[in-house]
Design a protein around this ligand. Structure first.
Ligand SMILES: NC(=O)C1=CN([C@@H]2O[C@H](COP(=O)(O)OP(=O)(O)OC[C@H]3O[C@@H](n4cnc5c(N)ncnc54)[C@H](O)[C@@H]3O)[C@@H](O)[C@H]2O)C=CC1
Ligand SMILES: O=C(O)C(=O)CO
Length: 386
């Protein structure tokens, strides 16, 4: 039997019981739920990652919906427990939902929400930050300075890579990959090569228009190419950033063999999911190629790093903070709460999960819809006409 978990309760007499497995930033999400007659219970247990048993205890005997986190294992056990408690709504507070077994949710008729769009630019900005930090060796130089090792300017001190005119490679040019590509192309005048299962026409148009602008000012235009295979990106790019979803097709996409195809002085950035890279192979590659650098926000066995990674000077590691800006995290909480609320209230599903701005304007009431339910079609949920 799981131990009882500590909770904070808002609006105790609310008709619908909504549980959040973590305190989330801001209060708008709580107020929106309360206004619609929800009793909101927030788990305040001092334990970073809740177990399945902890969450079953939180769900209890009567629960209409749960807002959960990407660190939790949402599968058969949790969806059956939620359904037994009368619940039909779950939302991850994340756009990625590789921690969710959507088939299990379908089996129990539970809607699965995620939080696209609100974190696109924030995540792309961290990928750009890691690219720059790796190219200009900022973390190494900072450590050197704090260690009192700086004795004066030297021609060879922390020489890195100039991005301008180099090629940026994007693997997975969806929302975040495209935003990152635009930042690197426009910000640093890099040429683009990308690989995705689908063509990113908008991104191509952006680079074409920017190239025209550069030409008109007498500067060298940037170029773009949609690669026919991932290998083309690996061979040609100087900086490669990974932004695909994590699924069977992208697990260990970067491994010993694919690493060996990259340039010896390339920079690899990962702000998608850790298992997209075979981290053991990466550590070996970093050891053998001291000029190869990585910037990692995510890890194969989070919160752990594979042995040896923390010792590598050519690796920059940060703890899964790519979406961590105040506005974004508050927006993610709002979208997750509205996904759950929408299902409880029988609202339709928002027609375009890429355009969620109407839900994020604090000064107006959000549309009566769930912003993004990934299994809406399978569950036969109606689409909003708003
Ligand atoms: N580090 C962090 O804090 C964050 C990580 N993420 C991760 O980033 C992922 C992407 O997010 P979005 O851009 O919003 O999703 P998205 O769905 O817009 O983009 C994903 C892209 O990956 C492509 N893709 C899928 N399989 C592929 C394959 N085998 N090879 C190449 N491309 C492939 C898809 O066609 C799509 O264009 C999320 O699923 C999540 O795992 C997202 C936000 C923050
Ligand atoms: O949204 C996601 O998928 C994250 O990784 C956290 O922002």
């Amino acid at each position: 039997m799981a131990k009882p978990v500590s909770i904070e309760v808002w609006n105790p007499n609310g008709k619908y019981r909504v549980v959040s497995t973590k305190p989330m930033p801001g209060t708008r999400w709580i107020n929106l739920l309360i206004e619609q007659d929800c009793r909101v219970e927030i788990c305040t247990q001092k334990k970073t990652i809740l177990s399945v048993e902890d969450i079953i205890a939180l769900i209890g005997d009567k629960c209409d919906g749960v807002i959960g986190q990407l660190t939790e294992d949402w599968g058969e056990a949790l969806f059956s427990a939620l359904r037994r408690a009368g619940g039909t709504a779950f939302s991850n507070m994340a756009v990625g939902y590789n921690n969710v077994d959507v088939n299990a949710a379908n089996k129990y008729g539970v809607a699965v929400g995620n939080t696209p769009g609100v974190l696109t630019e924030t995540t792309a900005e961290l990928a750009a930050s890691l690219s720059l930090a790796a190219a200009r060796r900022i973390v190494e130089a900072d450590e050197f300075m704090r260690a009192g090792l700086y004795e004066g300017w030297l021609p060879h001190l922390f020489v890195g890579n100039l991005l301008k005119g180099q090629t940026v490679g994007v693997i997975g040019a969806g929302r975040i990959g495209s935003a990152y590509a635009r930042m690197m192309v426009e910000g640093f005048k890099m040429n683009l090569i990308y690989y995705d299962l689908y063509q990113s026409t908008r991104l191509e148009k952006f680079v074409t228009a920017y190239a025209e602008f550069l030409k008109s000012t007498g500067e060298k235009p940037v170029t773009w190419k949609r690669a026919a295979s991932m290998d083309e990106v690996l061979r040609e790019a100087d900086v490669i950033s990974l932004h695909p979803v994590l699924d069977k097709t992208t697990f260990h996409l970067i491994n010993k063999e694919t690493l060996s195809r990259m340039k010896k002085e390339a920079i690899l950035v990962n702000c998608s999911r850790g298992p997209v890279i075979d981290e053991v192979a990466l550590v070996e590659h970093l050891k053998e190629n001291p000029m190869f650098r990585v910037g990692l926000d995510v890890f194969e066995d989070e919160p752990y790093m594979k042995p040896g990674l923390a010792d590598m000077k050519n690796a920059i590691v940060v703890p899964h903070i790519a979406s961590a800006s105040k506005w974004t995290r508050e927006g993610m909480a709002t979208l997750a709460a509205l996904n759950v609320l929408g299902k409880i209230k029988g609202y339709p599903i928002w027609s375009d999960p890429n355009k969620v701005e109407p839900f994020l304007n604090e000064n107006v009431r959000p549309p009566a819809a769930s912003p993004s339910i990934v299994n809406a079609k399978v569950l036969g949920l109606p689409v909003s006409k708003l």
